[in-house]
Design a protein around this ligand. Structure first.
Ligand code: PMT
Length: 399
């Protein structure tokens, strides 16, 4: 799958830069044309001579070649590539990519690149799990970049943990998988609901839930990167819109219902990932409810069941998937929802596993099919979970 693919290999200042030599060799062996762009600190770890003899191309590092004054166009380079792979990517480079700090040739090329971008982080365990790195990686994901998760093991610092750059063979496999799957949903229209709904009590209070939108946004990103036309109906979240995705912002379940029922008839696939409030206050107070000494009663009335309504109007050939979030009798309740809402499959989240599900970056799911088969997956990042869900849908299409 990498035959004749033009790949920019970005190398940054990490001890894992030595692995970039094997990576370049692996990509070339699989048929790719590789152009190395290295940061000034990357050159402290690996010499351009090694890389240029391997790739048969001059290694680009600065905006100008010092002795000839030749200017390197990051725009042309960005347009030349079929893919850009930054491996190893340090915390500093990831932060610059996330925030557009274009102070070296690699970042300017990244900002100019129209091709898919893959990032293989390499850093110490504590740096990797720092909130700032987590946030920057999340931003890169939201730009549609593909993060190749680091592996666990002994680190250069002497610590053990997650942070080792993934092995070159596995990185090359990831690129191959992308090119074989990249346009597999081209021409398909996909609707996704994500995030919570807010049901207003008065102008300053609402009933809501802990959904961050991360799971639904990861699914939207993954479908868009496979060529699908994606409409994301989003409850109130603080996430940026994934690249290439049409986003419709809603607040309440009723607004989500309206947007979903309008968009569903034209969709090939709908994934209902939103955590929709099942009840809303019967009335919204026009002014802020004042504190009194008496108990306060709030009458709640049921919201429309969006997934079930779509299940009723579903046409042959349309795929309707739901999620289930259960605190007890997980499987039994999920199967019941699958039937009741006329879904094609349901994704059961595990609330039992610490760090999975709401808010965090990971999830642990079991997919239950209409015919009752169960496929369980280990805990993974939400973007990897999104890939699993899409692979499952590809299976339904027989792709
Ligand atoms: O957003 P994150 O922080 O990343 O967390 C992700 C998630 C946990 C919110 C997500 O993975 C998830 O499980 N979403 C569905 C949660 C939920 O509301 O489950 P449920 O069992 O109550 O609903 C079952 C299905 O019916 C869901 O597909 C839901 O979107 C849909 N539904 C529910 C109620 C309703 N009134 N209308 C609906 O469409």
């Amino acid at each position: 799958m990498l035959k004749n693919k033009k790949i920019i290999l970005g190398i940054t200042g990490s001890i894992a830069a030595y692995k970039a030599v094997y990576l370049a060799r692996t990509l070339i062996k699989r048929g790719a044309e590789v152009q190395v762009v290295i940061t000034p600190s990357g050159k402290e770890f690996i010499t351009p001579v090694t890389l240029s003899s391997l790739t048969q191309k001059p290694v680009i590092s600065e905006f100008f070649t010092a002795n000839t004054g030749e200017w390197h166009s990051h725009v042309d380079l960005g347009l030349w590539a079929d893919a850009m792979l930054i491996a190893p990517a340090t915390a500093s480079t990831i932060a610059k990519m996330a925030n557009g700090v274009a102070d070296n040739m690699l970042i300017t090329t990244y900002l100019s690149a129209r091709a898919p971008v893959f990032v293989a982080p390499a850093m110490d365990f504590d740096m990797y799990r720092h909130p700032s790195t987590r946030r920057n990686l999340e931003l890169l994901r939201s730009y549609g970049n593909h993060i190749i998760e680091p592996a666990e093991g002994a680190l250069a610092s002497g610590l053990e943990g997650k942070g080792r750059m993934e092995e070159p063979e596995k990185i090359a496999d990831e690129l191959e998988r992308f090119f074989s799957a990249s346009k597999s949903f081209f021409g398909k229209k996909v609707m996704i609901t994500a995030g919570p709904t807010y049901e207003k009590i008065d102008p300053v209070r609402f009933i809501g839930n802990y959904s961050s939108g991360k799971m639904g946004y990861a699914i939207a990103t993954a479908f868009a990167s496979r060529g699908a036309e994606v409409t994301l109906i989003s409850g109130p979240v603080t996430l940026p819109t994934p690249a290439g995705v049409k986003r419709i912002d809603v607040e309440s379940a009723k607004e989500m219902y309206k947007a979903a029922t309008e968009n569903f008839p034209d969709s090939d696939i709908a994934v209902m990932c939103a955590a929709v409030a099942d009840f809303a206050p019967e009335q919204t107070n026009a002014t802020k409810i004042k504190r009194g000494n008496a108990d306060m009663m709030l009458k709640l009335i049921p919201n429309p069941d969006i997934a079930a309504s779509l299940g009723q109007i579903k046409k042959p050939g349309q795929i309707l998937a739901g999620f289930a979030l259960e605190s007890d009798n997980e499987e039994e309740n999920a199967r019941h929802k699958l039937e009741k809402k006329n879904l094609d499959f349901i994704v059961l989240n595990s609330l039992a596993d610490k760090g999975a599900c709401f808010g965090g970056d990971n999830n642990k799911i079991t997919i239950i099919s209409r015919t009752g088969e169960k496929t369980s997956y280990p805990m993974k990042s939400k973007s990897a979970v999104a890939d699993d869900i899409i692979t499952y849908i590809s299976g339904i299409y027989g792709k």
